[in-house]
Design a protein around this ligand. Structure first.
Ligand SMILES: Nc1ncnc2c1ncn2[C@@H]1O[C@H](COP(=O)(O)OP(=O)(O)O)[C@@H](O)[C@H]1O
Ligand SMILES: Cc1ncsc1CCOP(=O)(O)O
Ligand SMILES: [Mg+2]
Length: 289
């Protein structure tokens, strides 16, 4: 039986208010599919999003941002230059850098871009699904898994389950240690590790995978919390906020006999209402190392 880490839950729940009081500027270089949802998610939790992708203002925007998020969802050629400039500037200015390597492992462009960005400027957090993180392990010759990535969603073989979660968690910790970063893997269960400590989050539900953008929103929320706390705590409280909001939104959708479009709206509502009490009441957070 896994034991809930009540101390960590209590400690990280306090970060919610800290973010609302601080209202940091979060620059998100992200994809055109989910950009509006990401901006609203960041706003709902009390940070200030800027979704600037223009190369000509990339350096200036990075210099005034409190954290920057790079999401590879739609890697247009013009965005690739911006991503590179922003990553380098973020490292130079000690600004937290968060990477969402959407669909890495699927095309050579995404593999090269991910490798290049990680080598140029180690992100403070890498956030992806299990297929994407396995692909990174393979790209850097850290792990030899046989991952067959499937578009932007997790491949069937890589879905995290009760049976494989520990094995996957130690695999991810190995990648995090080697790359000297914090990695957050989302899925049925979420894995968060800085290579030394490993946490599992068992909140969230499958409706979250039936709208697009929950992964992208989660990454931007990690960016927001990274502006006020260390990467591991930022990844934990972002995941708890997002998955608990997802559970509340699902309950409301079912109660009202509605569908996934309503769920999408309720998800933002629940992020807007999120507070320490809701986290403490609902969080399922386990420390396994
Ligand atoms: N079947 C599921 N059960 C519980 N939570 C889920 C499920 N699918 C997705 N989530 C949650 O949705 C969010 C996005 O995760 P995921 O769908 O894995 O990302 P991506 O969109 O990048 O593939 C995470 O907070 C994750 O916990
Ligand atoms: C469908 C799609 N295509 C390119 S990016 C994107 C959104 C992916 O979002 P998420 O990883 O949050 O599901
Ligand atoms: Mg994703």
């Amino acid at each position: 039986m896994k034991q809930n880490d009540t101390e960590k839950i209590k400690q990280t729940s306090q970060i919610i208010e800290k973010l609302r009081k601080t209202n940091p500027l979060i620059d998100c270089i992200t994809n055109y599919v989910t950009v509006n949802d990401c901006a609203n998610a960041v706003l709902a939790l009390g940070a200030s999003p800027a979704m600037s992708t223009e190369e000509l203002e990339a350096i200036e925007f990075t210099q005034i941002s409190n954290a920057v998020v790079i999401n590879m969802g739609s890697p247009l050629q013009i965005n690739l230059t911006t991503m590179q400039m922003v990553a380098v500037e973020a490292k130079k200015t000690n600004t937290p850098l968060i990477l969402d390597p959407v669909a890495v492992g699927v095309t050579s462009l995404r593999n090269q871009t991910t490798q290049n960005l990680i080598k140029l400027a180690t992100p403070n957090i890498i956030r992806g699904n299990m297929s994407e993180i396995k692909a990174i392990g393979q790209l850097f010759n850290i792990t030899q898994t046989d991952s067959k990535a499937k578009g932007v969603d997790v491949a069937e073989d890589d879905i995290i389950s009760d049976e494989n979660v520990e094995e996957n968690a130690y695999l991810v910790a190995k990648i995090a240690k080697e790359l000297e970063t914090t990695i957050a893997v989302s899925g049925v269960m979420d894995i968060i590790t800085n290579g030394d400590e490993i946490y599992l989050v068992d909140n969230g539900n499958e409706v979250m995978s039936q709208i697009t953008g929950t992964g992208c929103m989660l990454t931007c929320i990690m960016g927001a919390y990274s502006a006020v706390v260390n990467p591991l705590d930022a990844a934990i409280i972002a995941t708890l906020s997002m998955t608990i909001a997802g559970d509340q939104a699902r309950d409301k959708m079912i109660q009202k006999d509605e569908g996934s479009a309503s769920f999408r709206t309720y998800l933002i509502d629940e992020l807007y209402k999120m507070n320490a009490e809701t986290i403490i009441e609902n969080a399922k957070l386990y420390k396994i190392k």
